[in-house]
Design a protein around this ligand. Structure first.
Ligand SMILES: [Mn+2]
Length: 370
């Protein structure tokens, strides 16, 4: 198993600002992190100026293999900027997955890319430049994110980086919601639907450990703005296709527990995808399948691992954890990152071997922290 270099290397001056405020300097995996650098109010002000200046157009980027939060955040912000008269385009490494298109196709009819002289590029919900895939070196001007391990440096047109990273936010959509409110953008039903989709998928329908009172408050506010809370939730959490059920069956068949039952894991192979005629984006929030498994004594395990072999020999590892067991620290050791209680990494190798190795790291983390 070899480690893929997923994160960009930062210069010392880029790091120094974070180090001043680093919450825990003893954690070597955190040394690349940059904390929020600008208040959201300042970002809002700058965006408002630029949205009203017809020389500027916007491109909003979502991450590779986009989830509901990436798509919801990108389109909500795009519609918000468009409502101020700005030319906006939403861009990603791959097209919007089918399950989100019921919302994005209508939005695309409103968005107008225009022919502006200068383009500002905004990355949402994206922790590293590599997560932008083929757009990794495009030059991002604004970073809006909630991943504690965010290392994207803003390096586009503007002299200083416009970064806002709030790891306490359960979803990037909540940050976009706050930003749009500061900008006094009216929250239309369509924007509310996108924000609610981002929120509800990142907190797994309010079941994930990252769910906070703020997420519930944001959800209530979005419902009052007209978000279709019943159907969006059902669309992403109750709908199951035969392909998804087939893949779930594979996960259950390969379920393994660590000796002390504190770590639960499983994997799916590239052959499984072919066998069940399903693509990875169509799986949706598939981690839930593993995340729901409790220990034989019915208590909750401290770490859950799912390894998906996306292409032969290329695997995506997802880890969820219950604090003090820290998923971001575990995935940091594998060259990845994410949130304290949900993180990921990309590795090359056989999924079964990778699962074994990740479960060993989880066990080690359990031993050191429980
Ligand atoms: Mn997110």
């Amino acid at each position: 198993m070899t480690e893929k270099n997923v994160d960009s290397v930062k210069t010392d001056s880029e790091r120094s600002d974070f180090r001043k405020n680093a919450p825990n300097k003893n954690d070597p995996w955190k040394e690349n992190l940059v904390e929020k650098e600008l208040p959201l109010e300042e970002i809002a002000e700058k965006l408002l100026d630029q949205a009203e200046d017809s020389a500027w157009g916007f491109e909003i980027y979502y991450h590779k293999r986009p989830d509901g939060d990436a798509i919801g955040s990108a389109y909500a912000l795009a519609l918000g900027l468009a409502s101020l008269g700005a030319c906006v385009k939403v861009i990603g490494n791959e097209p919007v997955p089918e399950m989100y298109r019921y919302q994005t196709e209508a939005a695309e009819r409103i968005l107008y890319a225009g022919n502006t002289r200068r383009i500002l590029r905004i990355a949402v919900d994206t922790a590293t430049s590599q997560r932008l895939g083929k757009y990794a070196t495009v030059g991002i001007d604004y970073v809006l994110d909630h991943h504690v391990t965010n290392t994207i440096s803003a390096e586009g047109h503007m002299p200083s980086p416009y970064r806002y990273v709030e790891p306490e936010a359960a979803s990037c959509a909540e940050i976009i919601f706050k930003l749009l409110k500061i900008m006094r953008v009216p929250i239309s039903k369509q924007i509310a639907d996108f924000l609610y989709m981002g929120l509800v998928t990142d907190v797994s329908c309010f079941r994930s450990m990252s769910t906070t009172p703020a997420s519930l408050e944001a959800a209530a506010e979005l419902a009052l703005c007209g978000a279709d809370i019943v159907n969006i939730g059902r669309h992403h959490y109750m709908r199951k296709t035969p392909g998804q059920i087939g893949m779930e069956k594979e996960v259950y068949d390969r379920l393994v527990f660590s000796e002390d039952n504190e770590v639960v894991g499983s994997y799916v192979t590239a052959l499984d995808y072919a066998h069940h005629s399903i693509t990875d984006p169509e799986l949706g929030d598939f981690m839930n399948t593993v995340d729901q498994i409790c220990k034989p004594d019915k208590s909750i395990a401290h770490a859950h691992v799912l390894v998906r072999e996306l292409r032969p020999g290329i695997c995506r590892v997802s880890v969820t954890s219950r604090l003090p067991v820290n998923a971001a620290r575990i995935c940091g050791k594998l060259g990845g990152g994410g949130h304290d209680n949900a993180a990921g990494a990309e590795l090359e190798g056989n999924p079964k071997d990778i699962l074994e190795e990740v479960m060993r790291l989880c066990r080690q983390e359990v031993e050191e922290n429980l």
